[in-house]
Design a protein around this ligand. Structure first.
Ligand code: FES
Length: 183
């Protein structure tokens, strides 16, 4: 994975911010070739948003870096498909988050009294704030999703979660023992 410093090294000051009065700001993340090679890049965008940019199967995605459930580090999650939808699987408690929309997915039981148990995929709605990715001349930019509607991942966009070393940040909640991936 490309670190924030490595991404910054390949940037130029003229590319760090592109905006006009009529368009939202584009924040430079890195050169596309570097991001494609790394697969994942994390960056503090605009000094206020800890963002993960992912490259997967020819597409780029951006979302808040910390998982909406308990602040897990999504840059370390696997990407898998569930019910035809690409998700990042949080490495902490295995919650599934769609790459494109930031929806939380879970498996519901059709009828618990009927054996064998049959399950189906459901959405909890948007839980993770996702951001727009734009390519300009081989450079990748992110436009922050500034929707005023609160999204659950917002609560981890605080200094405490930016500065903690990775090994010190996992919360040992009861859910960590089960790794159900459900609510
Ligand atoms: S912190 Fe991501 S699933 Fe718990």
């Amino acid at each position: 994975m490309l670190s924030e410093e490595e991404a910054s090294q390949s940037s130029t000051s003229s590319l760090s911010l592109v905006s006009s009065p009529s368009s939202p700001a584009l924040h430079f993340i890195g050169k596309k070739e570097d991001i494609v090679r790394a697969g994942r890049v994390t960056k503090l965008v605009n000094g206020c948003r800890d963002v993960l940019v992912l490259y997967h199967q020819g597409q780029l995605y951006a979302m808040d870096r910390r998982c909406y459930h308990s602040g897990g580090e999504l840059q370390n999650g696997d990407i898998e498909e569930f019910n035809g939808r690409l998700c990042i699987v949080c490495p902490w408690h295995k919650y599934k988050i769609t790459l494109a929309e930031g929806e939380g997915l879970y498996q519901a039981v059709e009828n618990p009294t009927v054996k064998p148990i049959r399950t189906y995929w459901c959405s909890k709605g948007v839980k993770q704030r996702v951001h727009k990715v734009t390519e300009v001349g081989g450079n990748i930019f992110v436009t922050l999703n500034d929707s005023s509607k609160p999204i659950e991942s917002d609560v981890y966009q605080v200094e405490k979660y930016r500065t903690m070393p990775e090994s010190k940040t996992e919360k040992k909640t009861p859910m960590a023992l089960y790794s159900t991936g459900h609510l």
